[in-house]
Design a protein around this ligand. Structure first.
Ligand code: FAD
Length: 304
């Protein structure tokens, strides 16, 4: 069965999830074709080891994100088993590609085995579902759950111009409320909870975030009570994130919060209560008030 990877970009370059999708396909013995929406990062995609071909799909519709337009533009280039990232963009494009091709989709896989046997967490991560798919399908894979393919590829890049074929007007770009990194895109997240005391104290987390290129996240308590943007909320009714590093400050670790971040590679918790449940999932725990720990963290980072 042939594999197609739908690449994802971040700014002007390829999002790391793309190499992870290629790595997952390669682990199943495939040399996938990588379809690059908008052509961003096409040359980078060609240099990933194991890629057989890159299809750079360009066109007016890629100026801004529109899941319907993007799926219309790339669907004809996707065949066999199609892999995309379980990111907000990947999930939307993948489900639309599956609908256009009339094939099943499985979202948010954390494991793939020949067959194809797919494992994924369900019920907020309390159980793991195993399902088997035969034939053509679309699967989205959770970020950082699969080993990335390395560099060293030299695949050919074919350019397909869909400008004339995609009859969907380019939508106006929606100005982002802030220049800050989105939690669903960031590799490092520092999140604050009610223990931070008040909304204004998030400025301290933002300072740390600026030092380490992190996004700032929040628990639902502060989103609901202090009016922080819902886009910052991590958890069952917020975003599911899988960064390399998640720093939880003044967050108790309620099951609904853990549902959105427990798959992070490394979790650091700062909480004054040694019995806070967040310490149950943390790789590193600091029992201290944020007023003590955050300035110390800032000083240590500044000294690096
Ligand atoms: P708290 O539970 O009040 O915890 C504050 C923590 O800060 C405590 O552990 C305390 O020891 C610590 N602290 C206090 N002062 C300091 C200090 N000075 N320094 C350091 N630590 C300090 N929650 C989410 O986060 N995301 C969701 O998506 C979500 N979805 C939900 C969906 C449903 C259906 C329901 C019922 C609930 C949901 N919740 C969600 C809410 C969740 O149950 C918790 O209420 C919420 O996560 C608690 O937020 P918190 O940890 O910030 O606050």
């Amino acid at each position: 069965m042939e594999y197609t990877v739908i690449a994802e970009s971040s700014g002007d370059s390829l999002h790391p999830i793309t190499a992870q999708l290629v790595g997952a396909a390669s682990a199943l013995g495939s040399s996938p074709t990588v379809v690059v929406p908008g052509g961003v990062g096409a040359d980078e995609a060609a240099s990933i080891a194991g890629v057989s071909k890159v299809v750079s799909v360009v066109g007016d519709c890629f100026v801004t994100f529109d899941g319907g337009a993007w799926a219309t533009a790339i669907a004809s280039q996707c065949s066999g088993v199609v892999l995309a990232g379980a990111t907000p963009i990947g999930r939307e494009v993948a489900s639309r590609v599956a609908a256009k091709r009339g094939v099943p989709i499985v979202q948010d896989a954390t494991g793939l085995a020949a067959g194809i046997t797919i494992t994924r967490p369900i019920y907020s991560g309390k159980a793991v579902e195993t399902s088997t798919v035969t034939g053509e399908c679309v699967i989205t894979l959770r970020a950082n759950a699969f080993e990335a393919a390395g560099a060293g590829g030299s695949a050919a890049v074919n350019v397909v111009d869909q400008s004339a074929d995609v009859g969907i007007a380019v939508k106006e770009a929606i100005a982002k409320a802030s220049e800050r990194l989105d939690v669903s895109e960031a590799d490092i997240i520092i999140s604050g909870g009610r223990g931070i005391g008040q909304k204004e104290n998030f400025a301290h987390l933002e300072e740390v975030a600026d030092m380490i290129g992190a996004a700032v996240g929040a628990s639902r308590a502060v989103v609901d009570e202090w009016g922080m943007p819902h886009s910052m909320q991590v958890g069952q009714t917020g975003k599911t994130v899988t960064p390399s590093l998640y720093i939880a400050v003044g967050i108790s670790g309620a099951i609904q919060h853990l549902a959105g971040m427990r798959s992070s590679k490394y979790i650091v918790a700062i909480n004054k209560d040694p019995d806070a449940p967040i310490f149950g999932v943390a790789d590193y725990g600091i029992v201290a008030t944020w007023e003590e720990a955050v300035p110390a963290l800032k000083a240590a980072l500044a000294a690096l």
